[in-house]
Write a new protein. Structure first.
Length: 612
Protein backbone atom coordinates (compact mmCIF):
# COMPACT_ATOMS: atom_id res chain seq x y z
CA UNK A 1 0.00 0.00 0.00
CA UNK A 2 1.38 3.42 -0.97
CA UNK A 3 0.61 6.15 1.55
CA UNK A 4 0.54 9.65 0.12
CA UNK A 5 1.85 12.74 1.85
CA UNK A 6 -0.34 13.78 4.77
CA UNK A 7 -2.33 17.01 4.74
CA UNK A 8 -1.11 19.42 7.41
CA UNK A 9 -3.75 20.84 9.71
CA UNK A 10 -4.32 22.37 13.11
CA UNK A 11 -6.94 20.52 15.06
CA UNK A 12 -9.56 22.67 16.76
CA UNK A 13 -8.76 26.31 16.15
CA UNK A 14 -7.64 28.59 13.33
CA UNK A 15 -4.57 30.79 13.72
CA UNK A 16 -3.90 33.57 11.22
CA UNK A 17 -0.16 33.61 11.90
CA UNK A 18 1.42 30.21 11.43
CA UNK A 19 3.78 29.32 14.26
CA UNK A 20 2.33 32.24 16.24
CA UNK A 21 3.61 32.48 19.81
CA UNK A 22 1.35 30.98 22.42
CA UNK A 23 3.45 30.98 25.60
CA UNK A 24 7.06 31.69 26.50
CA UNK A 25 8.69 31.23 29.90
CA UNK A 26 12.13 32.15 31.19
CA UNK A 27 13.60 30.38 34.21
CA UNK A 28 16.95 32.20 34.52
CA UNK A 29 16.63 35.24 36.84
CA UNK A 30 16.35 38.60 35.07
CA UNK A 31 16.47 37.04 31.59
CA UNK A 32 12.82 37.47 30.54
CA UNK A 33 12.51 39.18 27.18
CA UNK A 34 9.50 40.99 25.78
CA UNK A 35 6.38 38.88 26.15
CA UNK A 36 8.12 36.16 28.18
CA UNK A 37 7.00 35.19 31.66
CA UNK A 38 9.64 35.12 34.38
CA UNK A 39 9.41 31.94 36.48
CA UNK A 40 10.81 31.37 39.97
CA UNK A 41 10.94 28.19 42.09
CA UNK A 42 7.96 29.46 44.11
CA UNK A 43 5.69 29.55 41.04
CA UNK A 44 3.54 26.45 41.44
CA UNK A 45 0.79 25.66 38.94
CA UNK A 46 -2.80 26.60 39.75
CA UNK A 47 -5.77 26.73 37.41
CA UNK A 48 -6.03 30.46 38.11
CA UNK A 49 -2.39 31.17 37.27
CA UNK A 50 -2.51 28.68 34.33
CA UNK A 51 1.22 27.87 34.53
CA UNK A 52 3.83 26.75 37.03
CA UNK A 53 5.73 23.80 38.50
CA UNK A 54 4.03 20.60 39.65
CA UNK A 55 5.07 19.32 43.08
CA UNK A 56 3.60 17.22 45.87
CA UNK A 57 2.24 20.41 47.49
CA UNK A 58 -0.07 21.59 44.71
CA UNK A 59 -1.07 18.04 43.77
CA UNK A 60 -2.36 17.57 47.32
CA UNK A 61 -4.46 20.75 47.00
CA UNK A 62 -6.04 20.12 43.58
CA UNK A 63 -7.70 16.75 42.79
CA UNK A 64 -7.38 17.35 39.04
CA UNK A 65 -3.60 17.52 39.43
CA UNK A 66 -3.75 14.00 40.89
CA UNK A 67 -5.03 12.49 37.62
CA UNK A 68 -1.89 11.27 35.77
CA UNK A 69 -3.45 11.45 32.30
CA UNK A 70 -4.24 15.16 32.71
CA UNK A 71 -0.75 16.03 33.92
CA UNK A 72 2.76 14.64 33.64
CA UNK A 73 2.10 10.97 34.35
CA UNK A 74 4.50 11.10 37.33
CA UNK A 75 3.58 10.73 41.00
CA UNK A 76 5.48 9.91 44.17
CA UNK A 77 5.53 6.51 45.83
CA UNK A 78 2.55 6.43 48.18
CA UNK A 79 4.66 6.82 51.31
CA UNK A 80 5.95 10.22 50.11
CA UNK A 81 2.61 11.77 49.14
CA UNK A 82 2.31 13.74 52.37
CA UNK A 83 5.90 14.96 52.10
CA UNK A 84 7.50 17.67 49.96
CA UNK A 85 10.36 15.88 48.25
CA UNK A 86 10.55 18.02 45.10
CA UNK A 87 12.72 20.94 46.11
CA UNK A 88 13.20 23.40 43.26
CA UNK A 89 16.21 25.72 43.19
CA UNK A 90 17.33 28.50 40.82
CA UNK A 91 20.70 29.79 39.64
CA UNK A 92 21.92 31.92 36.75
CA UNK A 93 21.15 29.13 34.25
CA UNK A 94 17.57 28.42 35.34
CA UNK A 95 15.48 26.28 37.67
CA UNK A 96 16.31 22.73 38.69
CA UNK A 97 15.57 19.95 41.16
CA UNK A 98 18.72 18.88 42.99
CA UNK A 99 17.93 15.24 42.32
CA UNK A 100 21.16 13.72 43.61
CA UNK A 101 20.95 15.46 46.97
CA UNK A 102 17.26 14.66 47.45
CA UNK A 103 17.58 10.98 46.45
CA UNK A 104 20.55 10.46 48.76
CA UNK A 105 18.39 11.66 51.63
CA UNK A 106 15.44 9.44 50.71
CA UNK A 107 16.75 6.05 49.63
CA UNK A 108 19.79 3.87 49.20
CA UNK A 109 19.45 3.63 45.41
CA UNK A 110 21.39 6.69 44.26
CA UNK A 111 20.56 5.99 40.59
CA UNK A 112 16.94 7.08 41.07
CA UNK A 113 15.89 10.60 40.08
CA UNK A 114 13.42 13.33 41.08
CA UNK A 115 11.62 14.80 38.04
CA UNK A 116 11.30 18.54 37.44
CA UNK A 117 7.82 19.14 36.00
CA UNK A 118 6.35 22.34 34.56
CA UNK A 119 2.84 22.80 33.20
CA UNK A 120 1.29 25.58 31.09
CA UNK A 121 -2.25 25.87 29.80
CA UNK A 122 -2.96 26.45 26.11
CA UNK A 123 -6.13 27.94 24.57
CA UNK A 124 -7.17 24.91 22.52
CA UNK A 125 -6.45 21.25 22.06
CA UNK A 126 -4.35 20.46 19.03
CA UNK A 127 -0.74 20.24 17.94
CA UNK A 128 1.98 22.39 19.49
CA UNK A 129 5.65 22.89 18.98
CA UNK A 130 7.49 22.94 22.31
CA UNK A 131 10.90 24.63 22.22
CA UNK A 132 13.22 24.00 25.13
CA UNK A 133 16.54 25.33 26.28
CA UNK A 134 18.37 23.36 28.96
CA UNK A 135 21.75 23.87 30.57
CA UNK A 136 23.91 21.16 32.17
CA UNK A 137 25.70 22.31 35.33
CA UNK A 138 27.32 18.89 35.72
CA UNK A 139 27.79 16.05 33.30
CA UNK A 140 24.40 14.49 32.56
CA UNK A 141 25.08 10.90 31.52
CA UNK A 142 21.39 10.29 30.95
CA UNK A 143 19.05 13.19 30.32
CA UNK A 144 15.37 12.41 29.69
CA UNK A 145 12.71 14.82 28.43
CA UNK A 146 9.07 13.78 28.71
CA UNK A 147 6.11 15.81 27.45
CA UNK A 148 2.40 15.43 28.12
CA UNK A 149 1.30 12.12 29.64
CA UNK A 150 4.85 10.84 30.22
CA UNK A 151 5.71 10.55 26.53
CA UNK A 152 9.44 10.33 25.96
CA UNK A 153 10.76 12.81 23.41
CA UNK A 154 14.47 12.91 24.16
CA UNK A 155 17.14 10.67 25.65
CA UNK A 156 20.74 11.79 25.52
CA UNK A 157 23.69 13.11 27.45
CA UNK A 158 25.20 16.56 28.04
CA UNK A 159 28.67 17.60 29.14
CA UNK A 160 29.06 20.01 32.04
CA UNK A 161 28.35 23.52 30.78
CA UNK A 162 26.70 22.31 27.57
CA UNK A 163 23.47 23.96 26.41
CA UNK A 164 20.73 21.98 24.65
CA UNK A 165 18.25 23.85 22.44
CA UNK A 166 15.66 21.58 20.88
CA UNK A 167 12.01 21.41 19.86
CA UNK A 168 9.32 18.75 19.83
CA UNK A 169 5.85 18.23 18.39
CA UNK A 170 3.20 17.61 21.07
CA UNK A 171 -0.44 16.67 20.55
CA UNK A 172 -2.84 17.84 23.27
CA UNK A 173 -6.24 16.14 23.25
CA UNK A 174 -9.17 15.02 25.36
CA UNK A 175 -8.75 11.77 27.26
CA UNK A 176 -10.82 9.37 29.34
CA UNK A 177 -8.61 8.82 32.41
CA UNK A 178 -8.29 5.42 34.05
CA UNK A 179 -11.28 4.71 36.26
CA UNK A 180 -13.41 7.42 34.64
CA UNK A 181 -16.30 7.02 32.19
CA UNK A 182 -16.37 10.48 30.60
CA UNK A 183 -13.83 12.34 28.50
CA UNK A 184 -11.89 15.11 30.22
CA UNK A 185 -10.81 18.16 28.24
CA UNK A 186 -7.08 18.76 28.31
CA UNK A 187 -5.74 22.19 27.48
CA UNK A 188 -2.24 22.00 28.93
CA UNK A 189 1.33 21.20 27.94
CA UNK A 190 3.34 19.38 30.61
CA UNK A 191 7.13 19.20 30.48
CA UNK A 192 9.24 16.89 32.65
CA UNK A 193 13.03 16.90 32.82
CA UNK A 194 14.93 14.03 34.48
CA UNK A 195 18.64 14.00 35.17
CA UNK A 196 21.09 14.78 37.95
CA UNK A 197 20.32 18.50 38.07
CA UNK A 198 19.70 19.88 34.55
CA UNK A 199 18.64 23.53 34.45
CA UNK A 200 15.41 24.39 32.68
CA UNK A 201 16.35 27.70 31.05
CA UNK A 202 13.59 28.54 28.58
CA UNK A 203 10.28 27.13 27.30
CA UNK A 204 8.23 28.33 24.33
CA UNK A 205 4.97 26.76 23.16
CA UNK A 206 3.54 27.44 19.68
CA UNK A 207 0.46 26.09 17.84
CA UNK A 208 1.39 24.38 14.58
CA UNK A 209 -0.09 22.39 11.74
CA UNK A 210 0.89 18.76 11.67
CA UNK A 211 -0.28 15.24 10.79
CA UNK A 212 -1.17 13.04 13.76
CA UNK A 213 -0.48 9.39 14.50
CA UNK A 214 -3.37 8.15 16.68
CA UNK A 215 -2.94 4.95 18.68
CA UNK A 216 -5.63 2.52 19.84
CA UNK A 217 -4.69 -0.38 22.07
CA UNK A 218 -4.30 -1.97 25.48
CA UNK A 219 -2.00 -1.73 28.51
CA UNK A 220 1.09 -2.76 26.54
CA UNK A 221 0.65 0.39 24.42
CA UNK A 222 -0.85 2.97 26.79
CA UNK A 223 0.73 6.00 28.45
CA UNK A 224 1.57 4.40 31.79
CA UNK A 225 2.25 6.57 34.84
CA UNK A 226 5.47 6.21 36.85
CA UNK A 227 6.37 6.70 40.50
CA UNK A 228 9.33 8.64 41.76
CA UNK A 229 12.11 8.74 42.83
CA UNK A 230 12.16 7.45 39.26
CA UNK A 231 14.01 4.49 37.78
CA UNK A 232 13.24 3.25 34.25
CA UNK A 233 13.53 -0.43 35.18
CA UNK A 234 10.76 -0.23 37.81
CA UNK A 235 8.28 1.91 35.87
CA UNK A 236 5.41 0.47 33.86
CA UNK A 237 5.48 1.74 30.28
CA UNK A 238 3.63 1.19 27.00
CA UNK A 239 5.49 1.43 23.70
CA UNK A 240 3.09 4.12 22.50
CA UNK A 241 4.50 6.63 24.98
CA UNK A 242 8.05 5.97 23.79
CA UNK A 243 7.23 6.35 20.08
CA UNK A 244 7.68 10.18 19.95
CA UNK A 245 11.40 9.72 20.68
CA UNK A 246 11.70 7.97 17.31
CA UNK A 247 9.37 10.10 15.16
CA UNK A 248 11.71 13.12 15.18
CA UNK A 249 8.98 15.75 14.95
CA UNK A 250 7.51 14.55 11.64
CA UNK A 251 4.11 13.85 13.18
CA UNK A 252 2.40 14.28 16.54
CA UNK A 253 1.47 11.18 18.54
CA UNK A 254 -1.95 10.96 20.23
CA UNK A 255 -2.17 7.82 22.34
CA UNK A 256 -5.63 6.66 23.43
CA UNK A 257 -4.72 3.10 24.40
CA UNK A 258 -5.80 2.02 27.90
CA UNK A 259 -5.28 -0.92 30.21
CA UNK A 260 -7.69 -3.83 29.92
CA UNK A 261 -9.19 -2.86 26.57
CA UNK A 262 -10.21 -5.16 23.75
CA UNK A 263 -11.24 -4.47 20.17
CA UNK A 264 -14.76 -4.29 21.59
CA UNK A 265 -14.37 -2.22 24.77
CA UNK A 266 -12.14 0.39 23.11
CA UNK A 267 -15.27 1.40 21.24
CA UNK A 268 -17.92 0.76 23.90
CA UNK A 269 -16.08 2.72 26.62
CA UNK A 270 -15.80 5.84 24.47
CA UNK A 271 -12.07 5.97 23.69
CA UNK A 272 -12.55 5.42 19.96
CA UNK A 273 -15.06 8.25 19.73
CA UNK A 274 -12.35 10.75 20.73
CA UNK A 275 -10.28 9.60 17.76
CA UNK A 276 -13.25 9.80 15.41
CA UNK A 277 -14.01 13.34 16.61
CA UNK A 278 -10.48 14.58 15.88
CA UNK A 279 -8.91 12.50 13.13
CA UNK A 280 -8.62 14.27 9.79
CA UNK A 281 -7.63 13.54 6.24
CA UNK A 282 -4.07 12.30 6.03
CA UNK A 283 -3.76 11.24 9.66
CA UNK A 284 -2.81 7.73 10.74
CA UNK A 285 -4.37 5.36 13.26
CA UNK A 286 -2.47 2.39 14.71
CA UNK A 287 -4.42 -0.51 16.24
CA UNK A 288 -2.81 -3.07 18.58
CA UNK A 289 -5.07 -5.47 20.48
CA UNK A 290 -5.12 -9.15 21.39
CA UNK A 291 -3.88 -9.44 24.97
CA UNK A 292 -7.36 -8.99 26.42
CA UNK A 293 -9.36 -10.23 23.43
CA UNK A 294 -7.95 -13.71 23.98
CA UNK A 295 -9.59 -13.81 27.41
CA UNK A 296 -13.09 -13.69 25.89
CA UNK A 297 -14.73 -16.46 23.91
CA UNK A 298 -16.50 -14.16 21.47
CA UNK A 299 -13.29 -12.26 20.66
CA UNK A 300 -11.31 -15.19 19.36
CA UNK A 301 -8.75 -14.31 16.72
CA UNK A 302 -10.76 -15.62 13.76
CA UNK A 303 -14.08 -14.36 15.09
CA UNK A 304 -14.90 -11.15 16.98
CA UNK A 305 -11.31 -9.88 16.96
CA UNK A 306 -11.09 -10.11 13.19
CA UNK A 307 -14.52 -8.58 12.63
CA UNK A 308 -13.82 -5.62 14.91
CA UNK A 309 -10.50 -4.81 13.25
CA UNK A 310 -12.12 -4.86 9.81
CA UNK A 311 -14.79 -2.44 11.04
CA UNK A 312 -12.16 -0.06 12.42
CA UNK A 313 -10.29 -0.13 9.10
CA UNK A 314 -13.44 0.74 7.17
CA UNK A 315 -14.32 3.64 9.49
CA UNK A 316 -10.83 5.18 9.49
CA UNK A 317 -10.73 5.03 5.71
CA UNK A 318 -14.08 6.81 5.58
CA UNK A 319 -12.32 9.67 7.39
CA UNK A 320 -9.71 9.67 4.57
CA UNK A 321 -7.11 8.68 7.13
CA UNK A 322 -4.81 5.65 7.11
CA UNK A 323 -5.38 2.58 9.35
CA UNK A 324 -2.34 0.54 10.32
CA UNK A 325 -2.43 -2.76 12.22
CA UNK A 326 0.20 -3.69 14.80
CA UNK A 327 0.55 -7.32 15.85
CA UNK A 328 0.41 -7.76 19.66
CA UNK A 329 3.53 -7.35 21.78
CA UNK A 330 5.01 -10.70 22.79
CA UNK A 331 5.03 -11.77 26.42
CA UNK A 332 7.98 -13.21 28.32
CA UNK A 333 6.16 -16.53 28.53
CA UNK A 334 7.81 -19.95 28.56
CA UNK A 335 6.72 -23.56 29.03
CA UNK A 336 7.83 -25.02 32.33
CA UNK A 337 8.01 -28.59 31.04
CA UNK A 338 10.66 -28.11 28.35
CA UNK A 339 11.73 -24.46 28.59
CA UNK A 340 10.54 -23.55 25.08
CA UNK A 341 8.87 -20.23 24.27
CA UNK A 342 5.09 -20.29 24.81
CA UNK A 343 3.41 -18.16 22.15
CA UNK A 344 -0.28 -17.74 22.95
CA UNK A 345 -0.73 -14.60 20.84
CA UNK A 346 0.35 -16.07 17.50
CA UNK A 347 -3.24 -16.57 16.22
CA UNK A 348 -3.93 -12.86 16.74
CA UNK A 349 -0.74 -11.85 14.93
CA UNK A 350 -1.63 -14.16 12.04
CA UNK A 351 -5.11 -12.63 11.72
CA UNK A 352 -3.61 -9.13 11.53
CA UNK A 353 -1.34 -10.23 8.69
CA UNK A 354 -4.20 -11.94 6.88
CA UNK A 355 -6.37 -8.82 7.14
CA UNK A 356 -3.45 -6.72 5.92
CA UNK A 357 -3.10 -8.81 2.77
CA UNK A 358 -6.82 -9.01 2.12
CA UNK A 359 -7.63 -5.33 2.68
CA UNK A 360 -4.27 -3.86 1.60
CA UNK A 361 -3.57 -2.42 5.05
CA UNK A 362 -0.04 -1.91 6.42
CA UNK A 363 0.83 -4.36 9.20
CA UNK A 364 3.66 -3.70 11.65
CA UNK A 365 4.83 -7.07 12.94
CA UNK A 366 5.71 -6.08 16.51
CA UNK A 367 4.79 -9.57 17.67
CA UNK A 368 7.44 -11.16 15.49
CA UNK A 369 10.13 -8.61 16.37
CA UNK A 370 9.45 -8.70 20.11
CA UNK A 371 9.19 -12.50 20.18
CA UNK A 372 12.57 -12.81 18.49
CA UNK A 373 14.02 -10.37 21.00
CA UNK A 374 12.59 -12.23 24.03
CA UNK A 375 13.86 -15.57 22.74
CA UNK A 376 17.35 -14.12 22.19
CA UNK A 377 17.38 -12.73 25.73
CA UNK A 378 15.94 -15.87 27.34
CA UNK A 379 13.55 -15.99 30.32
CA UNK A 380 15.89 -14.30 32.80
CA UNK A 381 17.51 -11.82 30.40
CA UNK A 382 14.15 -10.62 29.09
CA UNK A 383 12.94 -9.83 32.62
CA UNK A 384 15.04 -6.66 32.66
CA UNK A 385 12.77 -5.27 29.92
CA UNK A 386 9.52 -6.02 31.76
CA UNK A 387 8.16 -4.56 34.99
CA UNK A 388 9.52 -6.58 37.95
CA UNK A 389 7.44 -9.71 38.50
CA UNK A 390 5.38 -9.03 35.35
CA UNK A 391 5.63 -11.05 32.17
CA UNK A 392 3.31 -9.01 29.94
CA UNK A 393 3.96 -5.34 30.66
CA UNK A 394 7.25 -3.72 29.74
CA UNK A 395 9.20 -1.20 31.79
CA UNK A 396 10.72 1.93 30.23
CA UNK A 397 13.66 -0.04 28.83
CA UNK A 398 11.37 -2.58 27.20
CA UNK A 399 8.88 -0.03 25.86
CA UNK A 400 11.73 1.98 24.35
CA UNK A 401 13.03 -1.15 22.64
CA UNK A 402 9.56 -2.04 21.34
CA UNK A 403 8.90 1.51 20.13
CA UNK A 404 12.13 1.24 18.16
CA UNK A 405 10.77 -1.88 16.47
CA UNK A 406 7.49 -0.09 15.67
CA UNK A 407 9.37 2.95 14.34
CA UNK A 408 11.50 0.77 12.06
CA UNK A 409 8.37 -0.88 10.70
CA UNK A 410 6.71 2.53 10.26
CA UNK A 411 9.69 3.66 8.24
CA UNK A 412 8.86 0.90 5.78
CA UNK A 413 5.29 2.18 5.40
CA UNK A 414 5.10 5.95 5.83
CA UNK A 415 6.22 8.99 3.90
CA UNK A 416 5.55 12.03 6.07
CA UNK A 417 5.57 15.67 4.91
CA UNK A 418 8.89 17.02 3.66
CA UNK A 419 10.45 13.57 3.17
CA UNK A 420 11.59 12.10 -0.12
CA UNK A 421 11.15 8.49 0.95
CA UNK A 422 9.75 6.39 3.72
CA UNK A 423 13.22 5.80 5.16
CA UNK A 424 13.68 9.55 5.57
CA UNK A 425 10.51 9.78 7.68
CA UNK A 426 11.88 8.21 10.84
CA UNK A 427 15.53 8.25 11.90
CA UNK A 428 17.28 4.94 12.36
CA UNK A 429 17.96 4.54 16.06
CA UNK A 430 20.98 2.41 16.80
CA UNK A 431 21.58 3.92 20.24
CA UNK A 432 20.78 1.39 22.93
CA UNK A 433 19.38 2.39 26.30
CA UNK A 434 21.80 0.72 28.66
CA UNK A 435 19.70 -1.15 31.18
CA UNK A 436 20.30 -1.08 34.90
CA UNK A 437 20.33 -4.41 36.70
CA UNK A 438 18.78 -2.70 39.74
CA UNK A 439 15.18 -3.75 39.23
CA UNK A 440 14.02 -4.25 42.80
CA UNK A 441 11.04 -2.15 43.75
CA UNK A 442 11.76 0.19 46.68
CA UNK A 443 10.20 -0.68 50.03
CA UNK A 444 8.48 1.86 52.27
CA UNK A 445 10.42 3.01 55.35
CA UNK A 446 9.94 0.89 58.46
CA UNK A 447 8.03 3.69 60.18
CA UNK A 448 5.37 3.49 57.45
CA UNK A 449 3.87 0.24 58.75
CA UNK A 450 0.11 0.41 58.65
CA UNK A 451 -0.05 3.13 55.99
CA UNK A 452 -2.54 2.35 53.26
CA UNK A 453 -0.76 1.11 50.16
CA UNK A 454 -2.98 1.49 47.08
CA UNK A 455 -0.63 -0.70 45.02
CA UNK A 456 -0.25 -3.60 47.47
CA UNK A 457 -0.94 -7.12 46.24
CA UNK A 458 -4.17 -8.71 47.45
CA UNK A 459 -3.88 -11.44 50.09
CA UNK A 460 -3.91 -14.74 48.23
CA UNK A 461 -6.66 -17.24 49.01
CA UNK A 462 -7.92 -15.12 51.92
CA UNK A 463 -11.47 -16.47 51.52
CA UNK A 464 -10.47 -20.07 50.95
CA UNK A 465 -13.48 -22.34 51.23
CA UNK A 466 -13.42 -25.91 52.61
CA UNK A 467 -9.80 -25.57 53.85
CA UNK A 468 -9.59 -29.04 55.40
CA UNK A 469 -10.87 -30.91 52.35
CA UNK A 470 -8.48 -32.73 50.04
CA UNK A 471 -7.41 -30.75 47.00
CA UNK A 472 -8.46 -31.99 43.55
CA UNK A 473 -6.34 -31.89 40.43
CA UNK A 474 -8.43 -29.16 38.80
CA UNK A 475 -8.27 -27.07 41.97
CA UNK A 476 -4.51 -27.56 42.16
CA UNK A 477 -4.04 -26.24 38.63
CA UNK A 478 -6.25 -23.25 39.41
CA UNK A 479 -4.25 -22.38 42.57
CA UNK A 480 -0.94 -22.53 40.73
CA UNK A 481 -2.25 -20.48 37.81
CA UNK A 482 -3.35 -17.75 40.25
CA UNK A 483 0.01 -17.87 42.04
CA UNK A 484 1.97 -17.54 38.81
CA UNK A 485 -0.41 -14.90 37.48
CA UNK A 486 -0.79 -16.75 34.22
CA UNK A 487 -2.90 -15.21 31.50
CA UNK A 488 -6.58 -16.28 31.73
CA UNK A 489 -7.81 -18.55 28.97
CA UNK A 490 -11.50 -18.96 28.27
CA UNK A 491 -11.09 -21.27 25.31
CA UNK A 492 -10.83 -25.05 25.65
CA UNK A 493 -9.55 -27.19 22.77
CA UNK A 494 -10.98 -30.57 23.84
CA UNK A 495 -7.62 -32.24 24.48
CA UNK A 496 -8.90 -34.48 27.31
CA UNK A 497 -11.88 -36.77 27.06
CA UNK A 498 -13.03 -36.14 30.64
CA UNK A 499 -12.96 -32.32 30.45
CA UNK A 500 -15.83 -30.60 28.64
CA UNK A 501 -16.02 -26.97 27.66
CA UNK A 502 -18.84 -25.91 29.99
CA UNK A 503 -17.05 -26.99 33.18
CA UNK A 504 -15.57 -24.19 35.34
CA UNK A 505 -12.12 -25.72 35.11
CA UNK A 506 -11.99 -26.14 31.30
CA UNK A 507 -10.04 -22.93 30.79
CA UNK A 508 -7.85 -23.80 33.78
CA UNK A 509 -6.88 -27.14 32.26
CA UNK A 510 -6.22 -25.46 28.91
CA UNK A 511 -3.98 -22.86 30.57
CA UNK A 512 -2.09 -25.54 32.51
CA UNK A 513 -1.59 -27.59 29.35
CA UNK A 514 -0.42 -24.61 27.29
CA UNK A 515 2.15 -23.80 29.96
CA UNK A 516 3.38 -27.40 30.09
CA UNK A 517 2.36 -27.85 33.74
CA UNK A 518 0.64 -31.23 33.55
CA UNK A 519 3.05 -34.16 34.16
CA UNK A 520 2.64 -36.92 31.59
CA UNK A 521 2.15 -39.66 34.25
CA UNK A 522 -1.01 -37.84 35.41
CA UNK A 523 -2.63 -38.40 32.00
CA UNK A 524 -4.08 -41.82 31.16
CA UNK A 525 -5.68 -42.55 27.79
CA UNK A 526 -6.44 -38.87 27.13
CA UNK A 527 -7.98 -38.42 30.57
CA UNK A 528 -6.79 -35.99 33.26
CA UNK A 529 -9.22 -36.97 36.06
CA UNK A 530 -9.91 -33.35 37.17
CA UNK A 531 -11.95 -34.34 40.26
CA UNK A 532 -9.37 -36.81 41.55
CA UNK A 533 -7.70 -35.90 44.85
CA UNK A 534 -4.09 -34.93 44.33
CA UNK A 535 -0.96 -36.05 46.20
CA UNK A 536 1.70 -33.72 47.55
CA UNK A 537 4.12 -35.09 44.97
CA UNK A 538 1.77 -34.31 42.08
CA UNK A 539 0.92 -30.88 43.45
CA UNK A 540 4.54 -29.86 43.91
CA UNK A 541 5.38 -31.07 40.43
CA UNK A 542 2.63 -28.90 38.94
CA UNK A 543 3.60 -25.94 41.14
CA UNK A 544 7.32 -26.07 40.38
CA UNK A 545 6.72 -26.61 36.67
CA UNK A 546 4.62 -23.45 36.77
CA UNK A 547 7.47 -21.78 38.66
CA UNK A 548 9.83 -22.70 35.81
CA UNK A 549 7.63 -20.69 33.44
CA UNK A 550 8.55 -17.60 35.47
CA UNK A 551 11.98 -18.27 36.90
CA UNK A 552 14.78 -20.77 36.50
CA UNK A 553 14.83 -23.47 39.16
CA UNK A 554 17.45 -22.87 41.83
CA UNK A 555 20.68 -24.82 41.84
CA UNK A 556 20.35 -27.55 44.47
CA UNK A 557 23.37 -27.23 46.72
CA UNK A 558 23.06 -30.74 48.14
CA UNK A 559 20.78 -33.50 46.99
CA UNK A 560 17.85 -34.05 49.34
CA UNK A 561 16.94 -37.55 50.44
CA UNK A 562 13.35 -37.70 49.24
CA UNK A 563 11.10 -40.60 48.30
CA UNK A 564 9.44 -39.51 45.04
CA UNK A 565 8.92 -40.81 41.52
CA UNK A 566 11.73 -40.19 39.05
CA UNK A 567 9.52 -37.93 36.91
CA UNK A 568 9.03 -35.57 39.90
CA UNK A 569 12.61 -35.66 41.24
CA UNK A 570 13.91 -32.40 39.72
CA UNK A 571 10.89 -30.29 40.71
CA UNK A 572 10.68 -31.56 44.29
CA UNK A 573 14.43 -31.22 44.84
CA UNK A 574 14.00 -27.56 43.82
CA UNK A 575 10.95 -27.20 46.09
CA UNK A 576 13.06 -28.36 49.04
CA UNK A 577 15.85 -25.97 48.07
CA UNK A 578 13.60 -22.87 48.18
CA UNK A 579 11.92 -24.03 51.36
CA UNK A 580 8.37 -24.87 50.28
CA UNK A 581 8.77 -28.63 50.88
CA UNK A 582 10.39 -30.57 53.71
CA UNK A 583 12.81 -33.43 53.06
CA UNK A 584 11.04 -35.71 55.53
CA UNK A 585 7.54 -35.18 54.08
CA UNK A 586 5.45 -38.09 52.83
CA UNK A 587 5.03 -36.99 49.23
CA UNK A 588 2.53 -39.74 48.43
CA UNK A 589 -0.02 -38.39 50.91
CA UNK A 590 -2.95 -36.31 49.77
CA UNK A 591 -2.76 -32.56 50.36
CA UNK A 592 -5.48 -30.37 51.85
CA UNK A 593 -6.69 -27.14 50.30
CA UNK A 594 -5.28 -25.17 53.23
CA UNK A 595 -1.81 -26.71 52.99
CA UNK A 596 -1.75 -26.19 49.23
CA UNK A 597 -2.68 -22.52 49.70
CA UNK A 598 0.15 -22.10 52.23
CA UNK A 599 2.63 -23.58 49.76
CA UNK A 600 1.37 -21.24 47.03
CA UNK A 601 1.84 -18.21 49.28
CA UNK A 602 5.42 -19.19 50.02
CA UNK A 603 6.02 -19.91 46.36
CA UNK A 604 4.69 -16.45 45.47
CA UNK A 605 7.12 -14.84 47.91
CA UNK A 606 10.02 -16.82 46.45
CA UNK A 607 9.01 -15.85 42.94
CA UNK A 608 8.55 -12.12 43.53
CA UNK A 609 10.80 -11.16 46.39
CA UNK A 610 14.12 -12.80 45.67
CA UNK A 611 16.04 -11.10 42.89
CA UNK A 612 14.32 -10.34 39.61
Amino acid sequence: MKIVEATGHYKTGHHNKKDSLCNEFTFAPGAAGEGAQQVTPEDLYTKEKTWGFLTEANRREDPLLQIPELNTGFDTFYWYRDKDITRITQDVSGCYADSLCIVNELCADGSRRIPLSFKADVPLSGNYKVRLKLTAAVEEEELLIFLGRRKLFYRGRLSAGEVLETEFLLNISDIIPRGQVAAYQDYSAAITIIGKEPRLTNVAIYPVESPVIYIAGDSTVTDQSAEYPYAPGTSYCGWGQMLPAFIDGKAAVSNHAHSGLTTESFRSEGHYQIILDHIQKGDYCLFQFGHNDQKLNHLRAEEGYRENLITYIKEIREKEAYPILVTPLARNSWRGADGTYNDMLLPYACVCKEIGKTLNVPVLDLHGKSKEFVIRQGLEGAKFYYFPGDFTHSNDYGAYKMAGFVAAELAEQLCLPGQQSAHDSIPEYTDEWKISRKTNLPAPPSNMDGMDNPTACPIMFRDLKRPEEWLTRAEAMDMVIQTMNFFPINVYNDMFEDVVGHEWYAGTVECAAQNGMIPNPMVKEKKIFPAKEITLQEFLCIAMTGYKCRKYLPVVQKKYRINVASWAEEEIQAACEIGIAAEEADFNNLISRKNAADICKRLYVSLHHHGN
